[in-house]
Design a protein around this ligand. Structure first.
Ligand SMILES: N[C@@H](CC(=O)O)C(=O)NCC(=O)O
Length: 622
């Protein structure tokens, strides 16, 4: 019997605090990672973005490794501890790799040996990906293991609270670590403080580990049952081979193709594999949701850069966790109970379908915003056009004729300021409020707000300093961004509502439909849908360039609607199961472990019928 508080096992307190600290560590490090690549390692945008995406994809591929280790070898508890140690070492390695003084022998403020910093940071990132991905399927499943049969309502609430902790950690760290980076620190020279920005997440990871270990005495720990993954693969392989051997129509058909493993494998294992395969089959369309969802970090952020509003990047990266923190309680406490009161069965798979439709609507909203933005963007010359700018400083209007077949020779001008030889300069700046021209003791100052996205040309006559600053003419080549970024709020609201319906429910569903010894494996399968979704984004971004961004948004929205229709059909034919009951039935048929079975039957009878309805559970025999 585990210690309880308000109907919840006390041990889950340690698990949710552990998750909060771990997610703080992960998202905090991620918030400054691209900046570190760009401004510390001095990589270009493309390399920085590619390595960043490769790292994120790796983080969602390693869960399968963690699940195999947990379910087959070490058990969830030990796997979480060992991989958290690897994770913390990775974070510390990463933080050390950002100390510029280590290789700054000439003390000029920049590292002298970039290879050292690159090698150390790559090692750190690999360890972090192994750690964060490895523990990810185990922590949620381990949290679920703490609940007993009669606590199914509390179990659902746990998954929501778990998701809240993820987003609280993400929100705080996304706000804090960029501020830490902006501080100055160093031994020989003062530079932007990357060691602090990466060091604080490393400390949080150590705290996360300590909190998890502190709860040791209270956890329900289930032992791994041998190398389950290997047995599963062998059993599936045998069923396929056996089916092929008996392909002639003279052999009687079997109810399920996995029944062709009956000759050699335990009925219980076959029943468990059937449960897992049914859920994995249902996962096939799911990556499409993540394909859209993960574009909020790329396409939508880029969209925001063409809109007006200050502090865009900080606000944008926190909109999602802020909305999650508000929407999860509203959904759990208000919307879902209300739907249930109306007598509607809003089962997990229906919620996930509706979640997908919300994500599709978010992309329609993004397309509408894009159409508004496009109206305000300047027309850039296409690959078959040139653009001429004629600045007429003559005292009267001139006619310009352009001969269509004439070839233009475009000269490039020097771009250095403060030298009299150069006549033309281009400066791109952020937050320009003051702009001064200085010539010896004389100066002209322009003090006003220059809009984001705008481009200005200042025509300076040769007489300016003998005449006066008024003779300078300012031309607005490109208008400032005028579509306000507040217009993005509906799309963020829609995608986050979709996330709550899809992701939180998917997490619960993956746990509830998995046999006891394969819970982490199914969590890993669930996380893999995210990795595949990210890979689709990379492929589509590379291959399918549509001429108009809004058209691409609509294409993604239509694809997700099509996928959600397919998913709803698959979901219609899916029968919710209670894995424990099926396992007990199989054991009964095998005449095994009577005492154990009696206990399970008793527990099942005690189950609250209402709680079953809430989950839309229909008992069935596989
Ligand atoms: N909403 C995201 C967090 C974020 O993007 O800030 C989320 O909950 N992700 C799930 C996770 O496990 O990190």
């Amino acid at each position: 019997m585990t210690a309880e508080c308000c109907g919840y096992p006390i041990s889950i307190f340690f698990i949710v605090v552990n998750e909060f600290c771990e997610r703080f560590s992960y998202y905090g490090m991620r918030a400054v990672l691209v900046l570190y690549f760009r401004y510390f390692l001095l990589w270009d945008d493309d390399l920085a973005t590619s390595i960043y995406h490769a790292f994120v994809a790796l983080c969602y591929l390693t869960p399968i490794l963690g699940a195999i280790i947990a379910d087959s070898w070490l058990g969830k508890f030990k796997t979480i501890i060992y991989l958290s140690i690897v994770y913390a070492i990775g974070q510390v390695t990463m933080a050390i790799s950002t100390i510029h003084d280590i290789t700054d022998a000439n003390r000029d403020g920049t590292p002298d040996n970039f290879t050292f910093h690159i090698a150390l940071s790559m090692l750190g990132l690999i360890l972090i990906a192994l750690g964060t991905g490895g523990i990810k399927p185990c922590v949620a499943a381990f949290g679920g293991d703490q609940f007993q049969e009669h606590q199914s309502r509390q179990l659902n609430t746990f998954f929501s609270v778990f998701y809240l902790c993820i987003n609280a950690g993400s929100l705080l760290s996304t706000l804090i670590t960029p501020v830490l980076r902006a501080q100055e620190c160093g031994i020989h020279t003062q530079q932007q403080c990357y060691p602090l920005a990466f060091g604080v997440p490393a400390v949080l990871m150590v705290i996360s580990l300590v909190v998890f270990i502190a709860g040791s005495g209270m956890y329900v720990k289930t032992d791994p049952e041998g190398n389950i993954m290997w047995s599963v693969c062998k059993c599936i392989g045998f069923a396929i081979k056996n089916r092929f051997r008996h392909r002639s129509s003279s052999y009687p058909k079997r109810e399920h193709w996995m029944d062709w493993a009956n000759e050699k494998y335990d009925k219980l294992l076959i029943a468990q594999i059937k449960m897992v395969l049914k859920v994995l089959f249902l996962y096939i369309p799911l990556p499409m949701f993540w394909t859209l969802f993960d574009q909020k970090g790329s396409r939508w952020t880029l969209q925001a850069t063409t809109m007006s509003g200050d502090f865009v990047s900080i606000l944008i990266s926190t909109v999602n966790p802020i909305l999650i923190l508000t929407l999860v309680p509203i959904m759990d406490r208000l919307i879902f109970p209300l739907i249930q009161k109306c007598g509607l069965n809003f089962s997990p798979l229906k919620r996930m379908t509706v979640g997908m439709l919300f994500a599709a609507m978010a992309f329609v909203s993004a397309a509408l915003v894009q159409i508004e933005i496009d109206k305000t963007l300047p027309n850039f010359p296409s690959s078959s056009e040139s653009q001429l700018k004629v600045v007429n400083t003559y005292s009267t209007t001139l006619n310009v004729t352009i001969s269509p077949n004439e070839h233009l020779l475009i000269e490039s001008f020097g771009v250095q300021l403060h030298t009299s030889k150069h006549t033309y300069s281009t400066i791109s700046c952020m937050f320009v409020n003051d702009f001064s021209l200085i010539h010896g003791e004389q100066w002209c100052e322009f003090s006003r707000k220059f809009g984001f996205g705008a481009s200005y040309t200042f025509l300076i006559p040769s007489t300016v300093f003998s005449d006066d600053c008024e003779s300078i003419t300012e031309v607005e080549d490109m208008k400032p961004n005028s579509v306000h970024m507040a217009l993005q709020i509906p799309q963020y609201f829609l995608i986050t509502t979709g996330e709550v319906m899809f992701s939180v429910t998917g997490l619960q569903f993956s746990y509830s439909q998995a046999p006891k010894n394969m819970k982490s494996v199914l969590q890993a399968g669930w996380l893999c849908t995210n990795a595949v979704g990210n890979i689709i984004v990379l492929i589509v971004a590379e291959l399918g360039k549509l001429p108009k961004q809004w058209a691409e948004y609509l294409l993604f929205a239509s694809l997700l609607v099509a996928v959600s229709i397919i998913f709803s059909i698959m979901a219609y034919f899916y029968t919710y199961i209670d894995p424990a009951e099926i396992e007990a039935q199989v054991r009964k048929e095998q005449g095994l472990e009577p005492e154990e079975m009696e206990k399970e039957t008793l527990e099942m009878e005690e189950k609250d019928e209402d709680q079953k309805n809430e989950q839309g559970v229909k008992q069935t025999k596989i």
